[in-house]
Design a protein around this ligand. Sequence first.
Ligand code: ATP
Ligand code: PAF
Ligand code: BAL
Length: 280
Amino acid sequence: MLRFNSISALHAHLTAVRQAGQTIGFVPTMGALHAGHLNLIEQAREACDVVVCSIFVNPTQFNNPADLARYPRTLEQDAAQLETVGTDVLFSPSVTEMYPQPATLRFNFGALETIMEGASRPGHFNGVGLVVSKLFHLVQPDKAFFGQKDLQQVAVIKCLVRDLNFPLELIRCATVREADGLAMSSRNRLLSPKERAEAPALFQALTLAQNMLLDEATPEQAKAAVADYLDGWPAFKLDYIEAVNADSLQSVSELQPPGQTALCIAAQLGNVRLIDNVVF
Ligand SMILES: Nc1ncnc2c1ncn2[C@@H]1O[C@H](COP(=O)(O)OP(=O)(O)OP(=O)(O)O)[C@@H](O)[C@H]1O
Ligand SMILES: CC(C)(CO)[C@@H](O)C(=O)[O-]
Ligand code: BAL
C-alpha cells in the first residue's frame, strides 16, 4: 500500500494510474476503522482496479469542539487493517494540507440540512460537502463508496454529485452491525462498558418501529413507541426518530413502496452521540 500525506504526491500518482487506464474506487473515512469501513474497501476492491482510502478527521464538519477533540485517532492501526483488505493507496493529509487557509465557500443543501442531522449539527453538512468535494477533485474516482449508516450524508453527497456534475458513481453500502445489532461506528469505542451493553437498545427501538409500520401502525404511533421504549433505558436521551422517504429524506405520514421507507434515529448515550437507520 502506498501512503501519501501530500496532495501533490497523491495527484501525481493517481494521474499515472488514470493514464494507464485503471479505474479508481474511493472510500473516504475519518479513521478509527472497523469492519463497516473494511466492507466499503472490499466492495471498492471488487469493483475497481485501484482502491484509494482517505483518513482525515475533518474539522469543518464538527459543530461540537469536544466531539472533535475526543474523536478516536488510530492511524497506524488503521493502515495495518487497510493492508489486510488490499487497499492500494492511503491518503492521510494534515489539516493544513487540506485547509491552508480557512475555507469560505458555503453549501446550501436546502431541505436536507434543516432536518435530523442537519438540524442537530448546524454546519455539519456544509463541512461534509466541502471536504468531500475537495477529495473528489483530488482523487477523481470512478466510483465512491459510502455507508448507509450515514443515510442523510448519502443524500447530501448525491446532491453534490448531481449539482456539481462529478463524473462518478456513488455507491451506498449496507450498514455492518455487531452481533447484538449495534451499528458499527468509530464513536462506539468511546462508550463505557456499561454504555456499550445498553447501546443495542437503539437498534431494538428501530426494529420495534419498523415492525409496527409493517403492521399498519402510523409513523406517529411508531415514533411514540420508540420514545417509550428508550424511556426504559435512562442513559439514552433521544434526539430524534423520523419516518422519511429513503431518497428525499423528507418526513412521510405513511409507508412508502418497498425499499423506500427509512426510519432514522439519533440519541445521546453518555457523552457519545449514536445514529442508526433501517430502510425497508
Ligand atoms: N457500520 C457501518 N456500516 C457501513 N458503513 C459504515 C459503517 N460505519 C461507518 N460507515 C461508513 O464509513 C464511512 C466513513 O465513516 P466514518 O469514518 O465517519 O466512520 P463512522 O464509524 O461512521 O464514525 P462515526 O459515526 O463515529 O463518525 C462513511 O461512508 C460511513 O457511512
Ligand atoms: C465522508 C466523510 C469521510 C467526510 O469527512 C465523513 O463524513 C465520514 O466519515 O462519514
Ligand atoms: N460518520 C459521519 C461523520 C461524522 O459523524 O461527523
